[in-house]
Each structure stands twice: as C-alpha cells, then as structure tokens.
Design a protein around this ligand. Sequence first.
Ligand code: GTP
Ligand code: MG
Length: 215
Amino acid sequence: MNNIKIAVVGGVEVGKTSLLNVYTKSEFDPKKQYVPTIYDSAETRVNIDGHNIEVNILDTSGSDEYKQLRPMSYSGVDLFLICYSVADIKSYEKVKECVAEVRQHAPNKDIVLVGTKTDLRDCQNTMDRLRSEGLIPLYQSQGESKSAEVHAAKYYECSSKNSSSVRKMFEESIRLVIQKHEKSRSPQKTKKRISFTKIKRLSLFSVTSEESTGF
Ligand SMILES: Nc1nc2c(ncn2[C@@H]2O[C@H](COP(=O)(O)OP(=O)(O)OP(=O)(O)O)[C@@H](O)[C@H]2O)c(=O)[nH]1
Ligand SMILES: [Mg+2]
C-alpha cells in the first residue's frame, strides 16, 4: 500500500483545516483570519510501521451550502475523520448527519470520530460564553458514547492550538487503514475451505439423522 486518502468532514468552523495545517505544515496561527473552506487538499509522506506512504488529505466544507458538492470528493477515500468541536454542541449534534452522508457514499469505509479544540475546555472566555448559554463543554465520555453510537472505529480528542494529539490522531488513523488493507490481503481461503467442509459434514449429518428417525 503506497497511497492513502483521508477526508476530513464535520460542521462549520470545527477546526478541520487547522488539523490539516498542523499535521502537514506544523502551522497554527490563532491570529490568522478564519477562511471557510470550499474544497482543498494537502499531501504528506509518512513512514508508519515500515510502510512508506503518501497521504492525501481532503479538506471539505462544513457548510450546508456545499452539501451537494462535498460527496463528489468521497470517491477513493480510505477513511473519514468526522470532526466536532468540544465547545460547540451543534457540531456534536451534527455528527450523525455527517456519518449518514459519508455512509451513503462510502458504506464500507472506516470512520474515526474526532473531538477538536480541547484547549477550549480550559479557556475562561469559552467557559463564560457556554455558561451564559446554560452549557458546558463536551467531555471525553460524550465523545466516546457518540463514537459507539455511530460505530466509529476510534475516537480521538485533540487541539490544533497546542498541537496536542493531532499527529497521534492522524498516524493512528493511517495505521487503521494499513491494518485493514493487510487483513484484506491475508489468505482467508483456508478458513473458507474449512467452514465449507464443516457445512458439508453438518448437512450429511442432518440427512443421516433424518433418515435414521424415519422422516
Ligand atoms: N482554540 C482553538 N481554536 C481553533 C482550533 N482549531 C481551529 N481553531 C480556530 O477555529 C476557527 C475555524 O478553524 P478552521 O480550521 O478554519 O475550521 P474548519 O472546520 O476548517 O471550517 P470550515 O472550512 O468553514 O468548515 C479558526 O479561527 C481557528 O483558528 C483549536 O484547536 N483550538
Ligand atoms: Mg476549513
């Protein structure tokens, strides 16, 4: 396996582009003006467990304006990172919708759920804003339960602002793709043959037992 394609999907402003920038360019500038994405991509080369792999990462728009356009880039994607911000309940509630969209176009591909902006749990302004709305940030247990609910392969939390866990999240996701690919290439024929023989033996047994009981 030489190439892997990953798509980053999720609500508006959850930090998808920032994840890409931190991972591929080690770049995060909190003063940089937010620019909504329509469609973008980035490449990087990694060596994981001895595999030298070119990773193509697709950056999608979180806006519903591009609902029709977004899935056009899903072809050939190996894994989807579905992102929500831990300081944005709406983006958390949108996860199911994002998963449904992805599953409709790529039903057999793995999904990894990513809780972004974890630094905001320690940000006084964010905490005050959430409190004024009668809210609190989303915690790890809520991410994990959402992950189980949507049958994601994994759940990760990270912060682009302090670079926490971004690399780990991408590398573990790439590892998932490699492992799935290797599993699909490993010989399953012996297993299948054994189970076929077993079925034959079982059906012979049922015929014999039916005959012996006189039916
Ligand atoms: N505090 C904090 N802010 C972040 C983090 N990641 C992104 N941001 C900020 O959140 C805003 C949106 O980030 P983007 O990465 O552009 O979000 P996006 O999901 O790509 O947005 P769309 O392209 O519109 O869907 C920007 O102002 C970023 O600086 C993070 O980890 N922590
Ligand atoms: Mg973006």
